[in-house]
Design a protein around this ligand. Sequence first.
Ligand SMILES: C[S@@+](CC[C@H](N)C(=O)[O-])C[C@H]1O[C@@H](n2cnc3c(N)ncnc32)[C@H](O)[C@@H]1O
Length: 290
Amino acid sequence: MGNVSSDSAELDNAGMVQVWDGQVGRDWVAEQDRYARMNAGFTEMLLAAAAVQPGERVLEVGCGFGAVAYRLGELAGPAGEVVGVDVSGPMLEVAAERAADLAQVSFRHDDAQEGDLGEASYALAVSQFGVMFFADPAKAIGNIVSALRPGGRLAFTCWQDMSLQPRIVVPAAAALTHIPVPEMDQDFWGLKAFSLADPQAIEDLLGHAGLADIRIEPATSPEYLGSDVADTVEFMRRTEFGQLLFADVDNQTAERGWDAVATALTDHQTSDGVYLDGAAWLVTARREPA
Ligand SMILES: C[S@@+](CC[C@H](N)C(=O)[O-])C[C@H]1O[C@@H](n2cnc3c(N)ncnc32)[C@H](O)[C@@H]1O
């Protein structure tokens, strides 16, 4: 999957684009309602921090299937404009259908790191978990900042460290009572989701890109995982994280591991579904006025 550069053993940009434009994008489309519900708490925090004003021109980076773009469009109103940029064709197809009746929202298939996002065109750039996958984060953030007008705002969420995510740690710890700790391939694209886990690295990245008023706040939210334990386990079994966890064990052992995951999830079942916390950084900053 993707191209692995020989010296750094990291996915290059084209490789990561290929991931999202291919099967991973299709998987997200298949689970679009689950993912939208999963991140709904973070969406509200992000929208509050972004404070979109009617009439503003807004860039959304890594807009996926458009759940946030649609909300941004409502807040910007008919006098505003929201442009969602993403590299995933399958997700953008869904996004375009969703926004069909909201004229101020449009979508572009483009790479936020390498593409032309325009110069000083937007009052605000927003991203919900869409800024961690760049091969060259400095270049990508620089590109996004260039697209902001002087004084323009940036607001995004990104994940804290994987070890701080109950949504991952609770099922993984249960599974590990039956299986050895798997050797996680550092090339695995999914680990990039945690590439901005270090708040100092975020501050350095944004500072070097010429942003000021940088605020990095911890944000936690219960994440919807499934309608019940069985639905959640089925979902987890389909994910690459789930498959990698059990990659090195025989079927019987894997089944015992999944049973343990199900038992652990039972404690987190509510009348509304299974929830476990996610831990993010809520980041805001501003391009220096001219
Ligand atoms: C974790 S998903 C989040 C999607 C959406 N923001 C949401 O919250 O539902 C990350 C998104 O970033 C997009 N992405 C990854 N690399 C990108 C790049 N270089 N330029 C634009 N979008 C990118 C992916 O295609 C994917 O839609």
